[in-house]
Design a protein around this ligand. Structure first.
Ligand code: ADP
Ligand code: MG
Length: 244
């Protein structure tokens, strides 16, 4: 794949004796939206964490924008900054106000001055429709609002690639819908997104490609219609039947 922004070759990852990723090879094109589905414990979160360098791989290669993520180089650090992650449990700073959750990292990490950071944070919070919650603390927000702050923070940091790890699994279905709609609006803005989700309908609607992972291996991948409506792999069929 020539226009690949993420390229993974034969990734292996183990925690002690637990061999979690068993030779994953995949590429993601710039602007592509890829959903990863699969049973619990199959290695989906670990895969995202390896892309984002939160976990070190045991073997294989990961390139982002043709830059190897394995070398502890300066350009590798630059690449890492282009990747943002939205977590299942939001990972907000509880003792910071909503606005500070976004402006502080801009100030501290991106070295913007306080006024600039504030201005950008306000703009981005408007985008996710939270302009009336600037001065509240995370504990005062609903789960969906917290997750929208998480998404806003990732965009604010200038990430081109956004990794989502079950962004709605901690939310009630109705609340999940508002988060899914925020994610859809990002899709229209050209971000590259890799989304681990159990929301099959959402994945079908939003994704260019769906990858089914089981026991640390890619079993099947393709366009949503192929995978969801007409899966070929027996394991994929069983998984989809079980979660219907
Ligand atoms: P999924 O996200 O598909 O549910 P995970 O990637 O979270 O799966 O986990 C895959 C396997 O790796 C599980 O058996 C899990 O217990 C194990 N695992 C994940 N993270 C760690 C860790 N930090 N230390 C030890 N084992 C881990
Ligand atoms: Mg997981």
């Amino acid at each position: 794949m020539d226009d690949a922004i993420i390229r993974m070759k034969n990734i292996h990852k183990a925690f002690g004796d637990t061999h979690v990723l068993k030779g994953i090879s995949m590429s993601v094109r710039r602007g592509e939206i890829v959903s990863i589905i699969g049973p619990s414990g199959s290695g989906k979160s670990t895969l995202l964490r390896c892309i984002n360098q939160l976990e070190e791989i045991n073997s294989g290669e990961i390139y982002v924008n043709d830059c190897s993520m394995h070398l502890k180089s300066k350009s590798q650090n630059e690449m890492r900054k282009k990747i943002g992650m939205v977590f299942q449990n939001f990972n907000l700073f509880p003792h910071y106000k909503v606005i500070e959750n976004i402006s502080k990292p801009l100030n501290v990490v991106k070295k913007l001055n306080k006024d600039e950071a504030h201005e950008i944070a306000v703009d981005i919070l408007k985008k996710v429709k939270l302009e009336d919650k600037l001065d509240e603390y995370p504990a005062q927000l609903s789960g969906g609002q917290k997750q929208r702050v998480g998404i806003a923070r990732t965009i604010a940091m200038g990430s081109e690639i956004i990794l989502f790890d079950e962004p709605t699994s901690a939310l009630d279905p109705e609340i999940a819908a508002e988060v899914l709609s925020a994610i859809k609006s990002l899709a229209d803005e050209g971000f590259t997104m890799v989304i681990v989700t159990h929301q099959i309908n959402f994945a079908s609607e939003i994704s260019d490609r769906i990858i089914f992972i089981d026991e640390g291996k890619i079993c099947e991948q393709g366009e949503p219609e192929e995978i969801i409506i007409n899966p070929k792999n027996e394991r994929t069929k069983r998984f989809l039947n079980a979660i219907k």
